[in-house]
Design a protein around this ligand. Structure first.
Ligand code: HDD
Length: 712
């Protein structure tokens, strides 16, 4: 598929960015002052062997710039990958909102999206077990709107006041800066085991959602309840959802650990490659809309960010689509310098009193001041809105504009009264007039006290293999904790979700689930020291299951962008290969020849094929499926290299589809698959369609029962 150059050039944001681009192709090397330079290898010295002279302004400029290349990484979400694209609206939503992006179906609103992990540093692995950030900057004609969300629909805490505690607990421990990009350590579980509101987000992190197969295959959520405001000033509550067109898929924990070693840029590379190949990632935007009069209709508080609205209670209305179609030109200039602020909204969208959201409105602007160096970060090209900006804010570090005129205040007469106020008809922003009648009080609403019903709903809604992954994740994470009291508190809390789950985890830890179940919860977990924390209420069941929470629900039937490893050497059966390639590549799958060496290999009809990776440079965990064509000499050669056998064993362990033709079957006989050739997604001399369908289903999780036997 060719890259869509036309679409790229249609974005007014891309056009704007182009005016800042600098291309050195064919240009002479200069200093930052435009002085031509003819030696950038040697410093100026007194004599051939030194010493170096202070006079050397060329050396000073080059070294000074280098010394200051780094800026502070983000406190959280430091590791990220970004891409440009656009958003299109399917239907006019003026009934709910006056926002141009939601009323004008002819628009293509440019976007820049940054995906991230949360806890790790900028250079940490993509495959950490973690929440993924999903931040979207919409460059709308009425100003920039940032929807700064995650790939999970709820958050750990209910009040921004606790955010520094949460992050200090999950980040590497401060005495020894261990562990990197991992929640599996004592301080995190010390905190979450005494903070029961974290449990809902926590169980999501224990689920497969925390180890996505690809950034292109995960959902996104705005999390908070926001408001949509229509022309008449009427408000509706809204929650935002992103639904990936490729379905929601994950890897297994064993793969995640191995991918981290084989390619710690796995997600970043996958996103980049898909866009370069013209296989543009797409998400549909969905809204859950709740009329204001229904605010108190639910068993949970809409302002509590640790709660989701089950899709079975309020369906997700699909309203538009986002396509990512251009990689950044420069990582630092765009992905690193982009600044997302939940406070960036546009007329037609407004905040609610969610106390987490309210705190975020302060934090994000504040953090950019130290991260990007001052208040003019909005002038950095990636952060500039597409429309004009005029106000009386002036000066500051790195002011790059030249505001003209004698006046910088309002009201003025000397400047003709400009910039003048927007009239309402011109789209001036008007905060939603919410009626407030309350006393000032530092507390937590009692309506936020149900910490267990939704984690339990989530667990009940998972398929059996998803539940098993949760159990394994808890066993792994708590197994890494050194303190028995922390492990026991966690078991006590997991017991609130599900008795059997807690017992399975307890067995793996060599512990028993604590019995003091009837004690007041805060006493049992030692959280009663804080008089402002309400006793968490007992678990309720207001919905038996929410099928939308399981990844098995994910509606998809595509092999697009799937990576299929073809294990082949000289003499492989070209017909086998071509029949498969013709069908699968037409649907956007990518076949990668993995040969014993680099360069080319020759098929049985004498054609040379480019080798994508040699078996020495790649690993099974980087592919979605395996194909082994026939060909006596090819298979004989492969069989001699033991890493190929490990490659096959691992693919089987990770529940991937495997197809072989003719002599290829002997490789299965040399592997663990020998005993499982009748497995429903092991295909021997079968047609392409069955293999294709198995790849589209992502994994054969029914194989789960045998995979622990696979010795890799
Ligand atoms: Fe945050 C970054 C998402 C709560 C404070 N956050 C950041 C990013 C994402 C989120 C995706 C990375 C943006 C990027 O790619 O540049 N954060 C969330 C979500 C939250 C949330 C979905 C809850 C619903 N965050 C939250 C709270 C606070 C912060 C409660 C502080 C009170 N977040 C920050 C920050 C960061 C940030 C420290 C670091 C870098 C940045 O803002 O620009 O200010």
């Amino acid at each position: 598929m060719a890259k869509d150059k036309k679409l790229e050039s249609q974005s007014e944001k891309i056009e704007q960015l182009k005016t800042f681009e600098k291309d050195s192709l064919g240009k002479v090397l200069t200093t930052n002052q435009g002085l031509k330079v003819n030696d950038t290898n040697n410093s100026l010295k007194s004599g051939e062997r030194g010493s170096t002279l202070l006079e050397d302004f060329l050396l000073r400029e080059k070294i000074t710039n280098f010394d200051h290349e780094r800026i502070p990484e983000r406190i959280v979400h430091a590791r990220g990958s970004g891409a440009h694209g656009y958003f299109e609206l399917y239907e006019n939503l003026e009934k709910y909102t006056k926002a141009g992006i939601f009323t004008d179906t002819k628009r293509k609103t440019p976007v820049f999206v940054r995906f991230s992990t949360v806890a790790g540093s900028k250079g940490s692995t993509d495959l950490a077990r973690d929440v993924r950030g999903f931040a979207v900057k919409f460059y709308t004609q009425e100003g920039t709107w940032d929807l700064v969300g995650n790939n999970m629909p709820i958050f750990f805490i209910q009040d921004a006041m606790k955010f520094p505690d949460l992050i200090h607990a999950v980040k590497p421990e401060p005495n020894n800066e261990i562990p990197q990009a991992a929640s599996a350590h004592d301080t995190f579980y010390d905190f979450v085991s005494r903070t029961t509101e974290t449990l809902h987000n926590h169980i999501w992190v224990m689920s497969d959602r925390a180890i996505p197969r690809s950034l292109r295959m995960m959902e996104g959520f705005g999390i908070h309840t926001f408001r949509l405001i229509n022309k008449e000033g009427k408000s509706h509550f809204v929650k935002f959802h992103w639904k990936p067109k490729l379905g929601v898929h994950s890897v297994t924990w064993d793969e995640a650990v191995k991918i981290s070693g084989a390619d710690s840029d796995f997600h970043r590379r996958d996103l980049w490659n898909a866009i370069e190949a013209g296989q543009y990632p797409e998400w549909e935007l969905g809204l859950q809309i709740v009329p204001e009069e229904d605010e108190h209709k639910y068993d949970f508080d809409l302002l509590d960010p640790t709660k989701l609205i089950p899709e079975e209670m309020v369906p997700v209305k699909i309203v538009g689509k986002m396509t990512l179609n251009k990689n950044p030109e420069n990582f630092f200039a765009e992905t690193e310098q982009v600044a997302f602020l939940p406070g960036h909204i546009v007329p037609g969208i407004d905040f609610t009193n969610d106390p987490l959201l309210q705190g975020r409105l302060f934090s994000y602007r504040d953090t950019q001041l130290s991260r990007l160096g001052g208040p003019n970060f909005h002038q950095i090209p990636i952060n500039r809105p597409v429309g004009e900006t005029h106000n009386n804010q002036r000066d500051g570090h790195m002011q790059t504009e030249i505001p003209k005129g004698q006046t910088a205040y309002f009201p003025n007469s000397l400047g003709g009264g400009c910039p003048h106020l927007a009239k309402m008809v011109e789209g001036g922003f008007h905060s939603y007039e919410e009626r407030i009648d309350a006393k000032k009080i530092r507390t937590r609403s009692e309506s936020f006290s149900d910490h267990f019903s939704q984690p339990a709903l989530f667990y009940r809604s998972l398929s059996s293999w998803e539940q098993q992954h949760v159990m394994e994740a808890y066993s792994f994470e708590l197994g890494k904790c050194k303190h028995k009291d922390i492990q026991e508190r966690m078991l006590w809390i997991i017991n609130q979700i599900d008795y059997e789950l807690a017992n399975l985890v307890a067995d793996n830890l060599g512990l028993k689930v604590p019995k003091n179940i009837d004690k007041p919860i805060n006493q049992a977990i030692g959280a009663d020291a804080d008089p402002n924390i309400h006793e968490p209420s007992k678990k309720k069941i207001y919905l038996e299951k929410s099928p939308a929470l399981s990844q098995t629900k994910s509606d998809f039937d595509t092999v697009a962008t799937r990576q299929i490893a073809v294990l082949a050497a000289d003499g492989f059966n070209e017909n086998h290969y071509k029949t498969l390639a013709d069908k699968l590549e037409k649907e956007g799958a990518q076949l990668k020849i993995i040969a014993p060496h680099g360069g080319t290999i020759t098929g049985d009809s004498g054609t040379a094929y480019e080798v994508h990776e040699s078996i020495m440079t790649t690993e099974s965990v980087l592919y979605d499926a395996i194909y082994i064509p026939g060909g006596e000499s090819s298979v004989a050669w492969i069989k001699k290299i033991k890493k190929y056998i490990k490659f096959i064993n691992e693919a089987f362990k990770h529940c991937k589809a495997i197809a072989v033709h003719d002599e290829g079957e002997t490789l299965l006989d040399a592997s663990f698959v020998k005993e499982y050739k009748s497995d429903e997604t092991v295909f021997i001399n079968s047609d392409v369609k069955a293999f294709r369908d198995a790849i589209a289903k992502h994994r054969n999780w029914n194989r789960k029962a045998v995979i622990d036997q696979v010795p890799v």
